[in-house]
Ligand binder design. Structure first.
Ligand code: AMP
Ligand code: MN
Ligand code: MN
Length: 327
């Protein structure tokens, strides 16, 4: 059932024991919005905790509450709660968290246009740049006194999902929310310096990955394709896509890596063509300009499949443009 922002606030207000979770391979928005909501609910006297079924990158240690993020256990007795809140994804990408918690109610808060609204209660706001921006909206619906801890977490979600306020999803509302977080004591450089930290090896890996870039679709697309052995020796591939997104003439950038044999993880970025539609064809999702999916096939097949789908989307976009110019 789709709910409004004030109904979302009422659902949160009526629960005492709340478990908060988000998508696997958690990014700054998943972690920031989860910890931000945890601090907010705790300040309201609730028993709130964050469970994430994945490793949490150490760069997020700057966030208050990082140390108490828990990991769900499928083996132990389920944790009892009144409410589970899934943030920044549909309910299908939370690993084993939902099995590890026993709660009568499930609330999903997200900003992805591809959200499947399968939860008991769903609040989706695709116009918001980050789930953290929705958490900020909720603070205006709840009797909460904002603190610097809450602000650091919300700011991190806002900053990371907007590429530090540069992407097209950045609105004046995003900027105002961020400005309020600065008023509460957030030091932007402390967050950005912490998040930018990379091990020496990762910087070397970025160099190697850039040198592997393949152009396709007549120069309208660029991709980095990492086979199983290459993926295995690279610690973090997160930064790769941003490096090729900037190539002149490129409409869609893609990074494909082999997570395990016959499991290929795809990330896409665009300058306007809707890549969430490409991701949806393969059971993934995301936003117009940033989306992802997983292809269950061998590396070479996955590479060919995604390149064909991207080239087709570019052709269709060009055809539509030609039609608009010559009606
Ligand atoms: P990524 O390339 O992993 O940074 O993902 C880009 C955007 O697409 C993010 O907003 C993700 O949450 C979303 N996304 C990535 N993979 C999936 C998926 N399998 N299903 C739904 N959304 C996804
Ligand atoms: Mn996310
Ligand atoms: Mn997000």
């Amino acid at each position: 059932m789709i709910v409004t922002l004030s109904e979302t606030a009422a659902i949160l207000a009526s629960a005492q024991r709340v478990v908060i979770t988000a998508h696997g391979n958690p990014d700054g928005d998943a972690i920031g919005s989860s910890l931000g909501l945890m601090h907010i609910l705790r300040s309201l006297g609730k028993d709130a905790r964050v469970l994430l079924d994945d490793d949490i990158p150490a760069i997020f240690a700057v966030l208050p509450g990082y140390d108490i993020i828990g990991r769900p256990s499928a083996e132990e007795e389920p944790l009892e709660a009144d409410l589970v809140v899934v943030l920044d994804t549909s309910t299908d990408r939370t690993g084993c968290t939902l099995q590890a918690v026993k709660a009568p109610h499930l609330l999903n808060i997200d900003h992805h246009q591809t959200n499947d609204a399968s939860a008991e209660y769903t609040y989706v706001a695709p116009a918001r740049a980050a789930t953290a921006e929705i958490i900020y909206d909720l603070t205006r619906e709840l009797p909460v006194k904002m603190t610097k801890d809450m602000a650091m977490c919300i700011y991190t979600g806002l900053a990371t999902d907007t590429g530090f306020f540069r992407f097209s999803n950045t609105t004046s509302h995003t900027m105002r929310a961020a400005a309020e977080m600065l008023d509460l004591g957030v030091e932007p450089n402390v967050i950005s310096e912490s998040l930018e930290q990379k091990p020496y090896k990762t910087v070397r890996d970025i160099g190697e990955a850039i040198s592997m870039t393949k152009m396709f679709a007549d120069g309208h697309a660029a991709g980095i394709f990492l086979d199983e052995a290459t993926t295995a020796r690279m610690q973090s591939t997160e930064a790769f896509i941003g490096m090729i997104r900037v190539i002149q003439g490129v409409d869609i950038a893609v990074v494909l890596k082999v997570k395990e044999k016959d499991i290929c993880r795809v990330s896409m970025r665009s300058k306007g063509i809707d890549v969430s539609r490409i991701a949806l064809q393969f059971g993934g999702g995301g936003h117009t300009r940033a989306a992802g999916c997983t292809l269950l096939m061998p590396f070479e097949d996955a590479k060919r499949t995604i390149c064909e789908a991207i080239a087709k989307a570019i052709r269709e976009h060009q055809d539509a443009q030609t039609k608009r110019e010559n009606p």
